[in-house]
Design a protein around this ligand. Structure first.
Ligand code: SF4
Ligand code: SF4
Length: 385
């Protein structure tokens, strides 16, 4: 069966009422009232999983937009009175992130509950591609309906984050770091993300490409207006459409979708998807600043590790921006410690050991001031030009 994805044009977020209208339009494309009633059977508990990567200001492109969030709530309250939301940010307390971003204020106005994602539960996934044993947020696992609310962003390690990657926030707090150390390359990390999504059985995704993030994402990149909203039940299909909007003609250029293809997990090409609403071509962006793909060459082969420093991207410090907060060193999952805080020119700054760094880019993701970028050695630039 071909997956259906709704694609809509929205020039900015405008207002909660406008977002509500857009989402209702998208749901109409997918089958209208009967579609929604099948998605949300009467009496269902519905959990919204926004992207609360950090305690960012309202309107920040780092997180799910509060106006879009309110639009979603306005639609879903017609179908359930058991609506809640939650996420587990990478570093900061979840309540702080939910409050600062403005989502908590919206939720309290509409009587939407806040779920504590720090409470985990052990679950086994028998039919796993790679990862059988899990600890996931109880609220995400036990809900009847799980809806992902990601934003299109670049990602230092996985190149792109959208519907599939957003669900990594359902792994409680610091447990996320363990997956970074256990999955030693992007392919294994991609398999882990698919297993997590199989386990959680996310029912629907509303992917925000109205204002996406390009460049040094997922935290310190630049805003890019794509004016697109992508909605659907199949996360791989939603992401495939989003990838085509930002210049990936072939989604399997990315490790995540190579694994989707190899495992038969879902669609990975536009030809496999019925895109309803706007035409993909009408919303395609031809100058989106993508993250360059350069580190797949290593795979699991330890023998190739010695050339890593010559061609693989690495966390690169912009010393002038660094405020010495040490967050990078605290979130780095690798042991022995890859980052040492040193004194230089009267400042405390991180120093990276490139030999032991696993290139997970958690430090780049969590740096509060965008002082870490994805650097590229000159040979890597040459090879992957
Ligand atoms: S690089 Fe960023 S996270 Fe690390 S100490 Fe400097 S400001 Fe803090
Ligand atoms: S230094 Fe940064 S990229 Fe390297 S292992 Fe630590 S967090 Fe990951």
């Amino acid at each position: 069966m071909r997956e259906k994805v709704a694609l809509l044009r929205s020039d900015g977020y405008q207002s909660p009422e406008h977002m509500e209208k857009m989402i209702r339009q998208g749901l109409d494309y997918l089958g209208g009232d009967s579609f929604i009633r099948k998605l949300i059977p009467p009496g269902s508990k519905v959990l919204l999983k926004p992207n609360l990567l950090s305690a960012a200001e309202p309107g920040s492109i780092v997180v799910t937009d509060a106006v879009l969030f309110e639009g979603v709530v306005r639609v879903l309250r017609d179908y359930t009175d058991r609506l809640s939301f939650g996420d587990s940010p990478g570093f900061e307390p979840e309540k702080k992130a939910a409050t600062k971003t403005g989502l908590m204020e919206v939720a309290s106005r509409y009587g939407v509950g806040f779920e504590d994602f720090s409470e985990g539960m052990q679950v086994e996934l028998k039919e796993a591609i790679l990862c059988r044993q899990w600890e996931v947020a109880r609220a995400a696992y036990e809900t009847d309906v799980l809806i992902s609310l990601p934003r299109i962003k670049t990602h230092g390690m996985m190149y792109y984050t959208g519907a599939i990657k957003n669900q990594f926030g359902c792994v409680p707090g610091t447990k996320k770091a363990l997956w970074h150390t256990r999955m030693n390359n992007t392919h294994n990390f991609a398999k882990m993300l698919l297993d997590l999504n199989t386990l959680l059985q996310t029912d629907f995704a509303i992917l925000d490409g109205i204002v996406a993030m390009e460049g040094n994402g997922p935290k310190s990149g630049d805003a890019k207006e794509l004016n697109a909203l992508v909605m659907g039940e199949n996360l791989a299909a939603v992401d495939t459409v989003a990838l085509s909007l930002i210049g990936y003609d072939d989604a399997t250029e990315l490790p995540q979708y190579q694994v989707v293809k190899e495992s038969g997990w879902g669609p990975y090409a536009l030809e496999q998807i019925d895109v309803l609403g706007e035409r993909v071509e009408s919303l395609q962006c031809h100058d989106f600043a993508k993250v360059r793909k350069t580190n797949e060459i290593f795979g699991d082969k330890q023998s190739l590790r010695w050339i890593k420093n010559w061609i693989a991207p690495y966390p690169k410090l912009k010393e002038e921006k660094c405020i010495g907060c040490k967050i990078c060193s605290e979130v780095c999952p690798e042991r022995p410690q890859v980052i040492e805080m040193i004194e230089k020119d009267g400042k405390t700054i991180p120093e990276f050991d490139k030999n032991t760094c696993i290139r997970c880019f958690c430090c780049q993701e969590m740096c509060p001031v965008g002082a870490i970028e994805v650097g590229e050695p000159w040979l890597g630039k040459l090879l992957y030009r």
